[in-house]
Design a protein around this ligand. Structure first.
Ligand SMILES: [Fe+2]
Length: 152
């Protein structure tokens, strides 16, 4: 697979590891008596998923997605959803951050984070199984070089 796609893949792997740690924490918040520190840790971990690295990752994927649209590749509906997902994750990050300062019940926080994780898994799955293989198949060396010029 193309070296840039491998880089995106490796980032997904890293994020999946973080999400697993977030899930363990959610379980604690759901079924055990969690402390305020656990909640703080949860938001800290979520924040690490919404930083500059994440933003750059999405921008890199957008470079590839836009290049793919210029090819003859039959565009799968889930590839079209990717741009919408990237925009949505920005909004969700803001909403989760707002939850931190709110007086919401733990159950509402857990539900919101669970929902985010489900969306994120779904998104990564579509990228890895549909979007990346399509890009690998259809983009030319010239296009990859062009993408590389704008890569973060
Ligand atoms: Fe991604």
């Amino acid at each position: 697979m193309n070296v840039l796609l491998n880089e995106l893949h490796a980032y997904h792997h890293e994020v999946a590891g973080k999400i697993n740690r977030i899930k363990a924490l959610l379980k604690k918040l759901k079924y055990e008596s969690a402390s305020g520190d656990d909640c703080k840790l949860l938001f800290k971990m979520l924040e690490s998923l919404h930083g500059e690295t994440e933003q750059h990752h999405h921008e890199n994927e957008e470079l590839i997605r836009r290049a793919l649209l210029t090819t003859e590749a039959p565009i799968h509906p889930r590839v079209k959803d990717i741009e919408r997902d990237h925009e949505a994750f920005g909004r969700i990050a803001g909403q989760l951050k707002m939850l931190e300062d709110s007086t919401q019940e733990t159950s509402a926080i857990v539900a919101a984070v669970d929902n985010f994780i489900m969306k994120y898994y779904n998104h990564m799955e579509a990228e890895e199984n549909i979007f990346f293989p399509m890009a690998d198949k259809w983009l030319s060396d010239i296009q990859w070089n062009e993408i590389k010029c704008h890569w973060h």
